[in-house]
Design a protein around this ligand. Structure first.
Ligand SMILES: [Zn+2]
Length: 327
């Protein structure tokens, strides 16, 4: 990692980065975004913010000049007709279905004539309840605790300098712990004192999702409850895949065949989940690992995505794409 950083720094000093950027390999580059807006004013999880609306406009305008931007249908077409892409393609995706995707991202996408895929966790839209990561962030920001170790966690997490990092480290412990996430949230509520009530969730309405779908945007499934699929029993996991698909298809009146794994790191899904996706009529699935997708047909249930980070400028964006692995 360090060697790679030093290499990229040296290369940028002598102009190799610019050369590499110009000769970026062919492949499908998929961006993954979550929330859009000002993370500094949010009572909820600041780590879910990808960028401000202004930066989203900047990033997409810049990338539009450098890539052939494609829709989900065009990606499916590429997979079946040219499994080794012969150009640099870009697909834009959003996960979770936050309201700001509709209010801030959608107008920008429309103005730039860029299609995107919105992966919806159907239970989050239906229940209007805070998801576990927003509950954790809300509880921690409200309680001002300085350190915490819940049963089953590998280590104590301490506040150092930055609440955003403190929350991220706590979320990492929760994801790594074998105990169900719901149980850990109850323990956390007991530890810091349960708020009454939690603030409202900030997800899109069904009308918003339907409007996106009727106006050139694609909708995919992101499970029902946004639980980590590899932690669930087979029956629960199957329910997450089939129920979210059924709800979306009923609401949208069209087939839904794309999926993005909740959380999306390699330990959150496995071969059983991929088989279940195939059995349930999904044709394509996305993870949350950076990489240039080159072997499209082979990896159609394991397509890589680049995260957009909050403080990223165009240079950082270029660096991330330039030094990515080809998968
Ligand atoms: Zn998600």
């Amino acid at each position: 990692m360090l060697a790679k950083r030093i290499q990229s720094k040296l290369e940028s000093m002598i102009g190799v980065s610019a050369f590499r950027w110009k000769h970026l390999p062919d492949g499908v580059y998929v961006l993954n975004l979550h929330r859009i807006g000002d993370m500094t004013t949010s009572k909820l999880d600041p780590n879910v913010y990808s960028c401000s609306a202004e930066n989203l406009h900047k990033h997409l305008s810049f990338l539009k000049e450098c890539f052939t931007i494609i829709s989900l249908a065009e990606l499916n077409q590429l997979i079946s007709t040219s499994p080794k892409p012969d150009k640099r393609y870009l697909l834009v995706t959003f996960d979770d279905g936050y309201k700001d995707n509709f209010e801030l991202a959608y107008p920008i996408l429309k103005s730039l004539n860029i299609p995107a895929v919105f992966f919806i966790a159907t239970g989050l839209i239906e229940n209007n309840e805070l998801p576990w990561w927003d509950k954790v962030a809300y509880l921690i920001q409200r309680s001002h605790i300085q350190k915490i170790k819940l049963p089953g966690w590998e280590e104590t997490v301490e506040f150092k300098t930055n609440p955003q990092i403190f929350i991220r480290l706590i979320l990492n412990q929760i994801k790594r712990c074998a105990a169900p996430i719901g149980e850990q949230i109850k323990e956390l509520e007991d530890f810091v004192g349960m708020p009454s009530p939690y603030p409202d969730a900030e997800f899109m309405s069904w009308d918003d999702v339907i409007t996106l779908s009727n106006n050139g945007m694609d909708i995919g499934a992101h499970s029902h409850s946004h639980d980590i699929l590899a932690k669930l029993s087979d029956d629960q996991m199957l329910f997450e895949l089939s129920h979210s698909k059924a709800i979306l298809e009923e609401k949208l009146g069209k087939p839904v065949k794309a999926f993005s794994y909740p959380v999306g790191s390699k330990n959150t899904y496995n071969d059983c989940v991929i088989e279940a996706l195939k059995d349930n009529g999904y044709e394509i699935a996305f993870n949350f690992h950076p990489g240039v997708n080159v072997n499209l047909a082979k990896n159609r249930y394991d397509l890589c995505r680049f995260p957009i980070e909050y403080m990223m400028d165009d240079e950082a964006l270029k660096k991330m794409l330039t030094y990515a692995k080809r998968i």
